[in-house]
Design a protein around this ligand. Structure first.
Ligand code: NAD
Length: 496
């Protein structure tokens, strides 16, 4: 077990070195020598310096990944799986430090056991289950079948809100399929990804299979989908950036998956168990300070239970304690100043747009909050479906309650946004649950749960502007492969 990091002390763990990124198995600074400061969002103090990677660093990483590719691709799939299992064990052994790195970087209080070891083991279990099919042929001399092969060198770009799981999602599935990868973590939260990459090396995953280039999106990030050596891309982040990344992929004619934002509805029917729904919805919008793509940010509630629901939500959100991650609190700060301004801007839009502010709406004051990017859990009532706060992703702890009169209107309001990531329905009636599960336009539907109820191996991804492609499910590894059809004519029988 590695030692736990003292929350007040300088960052000190063998999993991290100062100002280096991982290229071809070497921990190196940026080619330019420039650095980026990573800030603790709870107090704006310097956490670490990381390399400001650019296109030159991405190019070096692609070359390293190209060099590592033949041996990794040709390693048998069971051996690749074994290395991923070993990686999972090391992650588990270092769970506490990894958790604290991510907490410091994102500002999030401990949110329970890390999902990363389980994610790695799930993917490892799929590595040797990638197979093709046999095909009928016109002649007995011919055999036909398909094989699935890796794309080659692939790229990924991830956001800051859950850096460890996001890193694992893209890296584990792509390398399990035999690809080698160049990944760029978000400039705001690169520490857990760098530490996970160190553990991948320690597990024996060969040099050059996993390359991590740190840097800004417009520099290192933009260089990944536009690099001619990259054969496929995975992007998780905002729709605006997703569209830029997709354009770059289009220019190079390479495929990608996009995991984008959400404006997830929580549809509450009169027969719902409100005492279960309210705290779950409050927890869903305040966990990670509302910075979760899946967060249920709109409560679409039947008018007959509207008032009671608002009271229960206010009560539950009032109990959410706010503070720095290492204290016994439920909710930390937002990630950075830009995000803080953005969330406060939406709160102002809610007020000026005519919604009723029930709770929050400001920043907490007091010594504990210092210069941190804190905001109070905020509840708006009587929100109209076309208001800005009901349509756009806020990515903060701001919940909008929209009363409706019947199921038809509930469906229209729930689906009446550009996004389609997650949707929940709260009801005790199985008929309502079935109808709503079919009617809601979302990649994931929860019945009587706000953020998914711990399904193992559920594919994750969006409908509409929330993106396309799926990660995490049984097809996660296959998605990083391409299909080859082989027709094989054998030698004609002697004498014929
Ligand atoms: P973002 O789009 O600003 O940044 C995401 C990543 O893209 C970062 O690494 C960033 O450096 C990089 N980037 C920025 N500009 C780029 C460019 N021009 N070219 C290439 N890369 C570039 O998003 P964010 O603010 O980091 O994350 C929040 C968003 O992510 C929200 O919309 C959230 O819903 C979404 N998200 C989605 C999922 C999902 O699975 N669907 C999961 C987590 C977050």
């Amino acid at each position: 077990m590695t030692a736990v990091i003292d929350p007040q002390a300088e960052l000190d763990t063998p999993l991290l070195q100062d100002n280096v990124q991982l290229i071809g198995g070497e921990w190196v600074p940026a080619a330019s020598g420039e650095t980026i400061e990573v800030i603790n969002p709870a107090n704006r103090q310097l956490l670490a310096r990381i390399p400001r990677g650019t296109a030159d660093d991405v190019d070096a990483a692609v070359k390293a990944a190209e060099q590592a590719l033949p041996a990794w691709r040709d390693l048998n799939a069971t051996a690749r799986a074994s290395l991923l299992y070993r990686w999972a064990t090391l992650v588990e052994e270092n769970a506490e430090v990894l958790d604290q790195l991510e907490s410091r970087d994102v500002g999030r209080p401990h949110w329970g056991p890390s999902p990363v070891p389980g994610m790695l083991r799930f993917i490892a279990g799929q590595a040797d289950k990638v197979h093709g099919v046999s095909l009928p042929t016109y002649s007995p001399d011919v055999m036909g079948f398909t094989v699935r092969e890796p794309f080659g060198v692939v790229g990924a770009i991830i956001p800051w809100n859950a850096p460890g799981p996001m890193f694992t999602n893209e890296v584990a599935a792509s390398i399990a399929a035999g690809n080698t990868i160049v990944i760029k973590p978000a400039e705001d939260a690169p520490l857990a990804p760098l530490a996970l990459a160190k553990l991948a090396m320690d597990a024996g995953i060969p040099a050059g299979v996993v390359n991590v280039v740190t840097g800004y999106g417009s520099e290192a990030g933009a260089a990944i989908p536009s690099h001619p050596g990259i054969r496929r891309v995975g992007f998780t982040g905002s729709p605006a950036t997703g569209s830029i990344v997709m354009e770059a992929c289009a220019r190079n004619l390479i495929p990608l998956h996009l995991e984008l934002g959400g404006k997830s509805p929580q549809v509450v029917f009169p027969d719902a168990n409100l005492s279960a729904a309210a705290p779950a919805i409050a927890a869903g919008i305040t966990m990670n300070t509302g910075q979760i793509c899946a967060a249920g940010s709109r409560v679409v509630v039947h008018r007959s239970v509207h008032q009671e629901m608002v009271e229960r939500l206010a009560e539950a959100m009032q109990k959410v304690t706010v503070g720095p991650w290492h204290q016994q609190v439920n909710m930390g700060p937002l990630i950075n100043g830009r995000q803080h301004e953005r969330v406060m801007g939406y709160i102002e839009a809610g007020k000026s747009g005519g919604a009723d502010l029930v709770l929050g709406g400001g920043v907490p004051s007091g010594e504990a909050f210092g210069d941190g990017f804190f905001v109070n859990p905020t509840l708006f009532d009587n929100v109209k479906p076309d208001m800005k706060i009901a349509q756009e992703e806020i990515f903060g702890p701001v919940l909008s309650v929209i009363p409706v009169d019947n199921e038809e209107e509930a469906v229209a309001v729930a689906n009446g946004v550009d996004y389609g990531l997650v949707a929940s329905v709260w009801t005790e009636d199985v008929g309502t649950a079935v109808r709503m599960s079919r009617a809601l336009e979302a990649g994931q539907v929860g019945v009587n749960n706000a953020l998914g109820a711990g399904v193992i191996g559920g594919p994750f991804g969006g409908y509409k502007s929330s993106g396309f492609g799926r990660t995490m499910g049984a097809d996660a590894v296959q998605n990083w492969t391409q299909v080859k059809t082989i027709s094989m004519r054998g030698a004609t029988r002697p004498g014929n």
